[in-house]
Design a binder for this molecule. Structure first.
Ligand code: GUN
Ligand code: ZN
Length: 438
C-alpha cells in the first residue's frame, strides 16, 4: 500500500449529505472506481472518465460489487459480548442481573484482551470500520480496547463507563476519583493512532449529583473531549432520574445542567424524549444514537426518528450490543426499518408515519453516524483526502439475497435488499486505511 496508487473498480456509492433534507445528497457511479493512496482517498468517480487521469494505478477488480464507506456503530458495549441474549429482563433488572457481573470479569487483563480482540475482529467481519465503544469501570478493559484498536489502526472512540449509585460497590467510582481516573485514561489514549477517548458517565440514573459535578469539573479542563451517555432508554430508568434529580425538568436537562451536552456528546437511545428535549439536543449540537435491536430486545420502546427529524437532530445508527442482538449494521438497519413500521401501528394517525427510506437508513449508518460521532472530517464518505475505510458488498454472497437483488431496479432498492436480508456474508471485503482486513 505504501505509495502505490490503487484503483478499486466496481459500483461506487457514498453520501455527501443527509438525503432526507438535501437533494442529490449522494454520489453513485454504477461503473465506478475508488482511487486510494497512502491510506487516503485520492478520488472516487466514473471509471471511464477517470482511467486516463491515473494511467499507472494498480487496478483491483470488484466489478459487480458495491463499494461504499465502512459502516459505523455509534454506540456499543464490547465487554458484554459473552452475555448477548440474556433472557427475560428489561433494562434496569437486566443491568443488575447480567450486565454488571459480566463486566466485572474484564478487570482481568487477559480476559479483556481476549474479548477486545474478538470484538474488533467481529467488527471487521461485519464491515464496521468505526465505533463509539463503552468499556467497563476497570481501566484494564479500556487499555485492552485501545491496544487492540491501535493494532488494527482503526478509528474508534472509547471510554470507561463509570457510575456511583444504584450499582454494587465493586462497580462504583466515588465522585472524588472521577477526575484523576478519567485524566489518566485521557492522557494515555486520547489521540493515539486513530483513537479518541470518550468520557463516559454511564447514565443519569446511575450517577449521583456529586458524580455529575465531578464530571463537570473534569470537562472544564477537557472541553474538546468526546462524551457518550445513555438517555431516556426506558420509562423506569427515566423515573429513577426524576427521583435522583428532583429539581430538574427532565432526563435531558440533567445532562445539560452539568454541562455534559457539547457538540461532541453522543446520547444513546433517546427513546422517550419530548419536543423540548430534542430541541435542547439540537441547540447544544449534541447527537442521538438510534439503537433498534437493543430497544426491541429489552422492550425499551420505539425511537421516534420522525420527531428527531422534525428538529433536525443529528442521528447515528448503532447496535448497543449486547443489549442489542447483532454486530451487523446491515441487520441493524433492517430492524430500524421495522421500528418505524411498528410506530405506524401505534400512531394516533398512521398516515403521518413514513417508512424509513433505505437511502436515509444507509446515510444514518455511514456519513450520519460519522457526524454523530464527530469523526466526519476523517471518515464516512469518499471525499478526496478522507481516510480510506471502505467495504465491498456482494449481493451474490447468499442465494436469497442474490435472487432478490436481481430484481432491484435501482441503488435505493438494492440497499434495501442488503438491509433486510444482508449480514456479514454480504460483506466481501473490509479495508482499513487502504489495508485489506477481510
Ligand atoms: N444504561 C446504562 N448502562 C447500560 C448498558 O450497558 N446497556 C444499556 N442498553 N443501557 C444501559
Ligand atoms: Zn448502551
Amino acid at each position: 500500500n505504501n505509495g502505490t496508487l490503487t484503483g478499486y473498480k466496481g459500483s461506487v456509492f457514498y453520501f455527501t449529505d443527509n438525503p432526507k433534507f438535501t437533494q442529490n445528497a449522494y454520489q453513485f457511479f454504477p461503473e465506478g472506481i475508488l482511487y486510494v493512496q497512502d491510506g487516503k482517498v485520492v478520488e472516487a468517480g466514473d471509471y471511464n472518465k477517470l482511467r486516463a487521469k491515473y494511467p499507472n494505478a494498480e487496478i483491483v477488480d470488484y466489478t459487480g460489487k458495491l463499494i461504499t464507506p465502512g459502516l459505523m456503530d455509534s454506540h456499543v458495549h464490547y465487554p458484554q459480548m459473552e452475555m448477548v441474549g440474556s433472557y427475560g429482563e428489561q433494562l434496569v433488572q437486566w443491568l443488575g442481573k447480567y450486565t454488571i457481573p459480566t463486566e466485572r470479569k474484564l478487570a482481568d487483563r487477559e480476559y479483556a484482551d481476549k474479548i477486545a480482540n474478538l470484538y474488533l475482529d467481529e467488527l471487521i467481519k461485519h464491515g464496521t470500520t468505526s465505533a463509539a465503544i463503552f468499556a467497563t469501570i476497570s481501566p484494564n478493559s479500556t487499555d485492552a480496547l485501545f491496544e487492540a484498536a491501535l493494532k488494527r489502526n482503526m478509528r474508534v472512540i472509547g471510554g470507561s463507563a463509570y457510575m456511583d449509585v444504584n450499582t454494587p460497590d465493586y462497580a462504583c467510582l466515588p465522585p472524588n476519583e472521577v477526575y484523576d481516573f478519567n485524566k489518566t485514561l485521557i492522557d494515555r489514549w486520547n489521540g493515539r493512532g486513530r483513537t479518541n477517548y470518550a468520557i463516559s458517565p454511564r447514565s443519569a440514573y446511575l450517577l449521583s449529583p456529586a458524580e455529575m459535578e465531578a464530571t463537570q469539573a473534569l470537562l472544564k479542563d477537557y472541553p474538546d473531549i468526546h462524551i457518550q451517555v445513555h438517555l431516556a432508554e426506558n420509562k423506569e430508568s427515566g423515573d429513577m432520574v426524576t427521583k435522583l434529580f428532583p429539581g430538574l425538568k427532565n432526563y435531558t436537562e440533567v445532562y445539560d445542567h452539568y454541562g455534559l451536552m457539547t457538540d461532541k456528546t453522543i446520547m444513546g437511545h433517546c427513546v422517550w424524549l419530548d419536543d423540548a428535549e430534542f430541541e435542547l439536543i439540537v441547540a447544544r449540537k449534541s447527537s442521538c444514537a438510534f439503537l433498534p435491536t437493543s430497544n426491541l430486545f429489552l422492550g425499551s420502546g420505539l425511537f421516534n426518528l420522525q420527531r428527531a427529524n422534525k428538529h433536525r437532530a443529528t442521528v447515528g445508527m448503532g447496535t448497543d450490543y449486547a443489549a442489542g442482538t447483532t454486530l451487523s449494521m446491515l441487520k441493524t438497519m433492517g430492524e430500524a426499518y421495522k421500528v418505524t413500521q411498528l410506530r405506524k401501528a401505534f400512531a394516533e394517525d398512521p398516515r403521518s408515519v413514513e417508512p424509513l427510506d433505505p437511502l436515509e437508513n444507509y446515510y444514518l449508518t455511514t456519513l450520519g453516524a460519522a457526524r454523530a460521532m464527530s469523526i466526519d472530517a476523517y471518515v464516512g464518505s469518499f471525499e478526496s483526502g478522507k481516510e480510506a475505510d471502505f467495504i465491498v458488498l456482494d449481493s451474490t454472497s447468499t442465494r436469497d439475497l442474490s435472487v432478490r437483488a436481481e430484481q432491484s431496479e435501482d441503488i435505493r432498492d438494492l440497499l434495501f435488499a442488503f438491509q433486510i436480508i444482508g449480514d456479514d456474508r454480504s460483506v466481501a471485503h473490509t479495508y482499513i486505511m487502504g489495508n485489506k482486513m477481510k
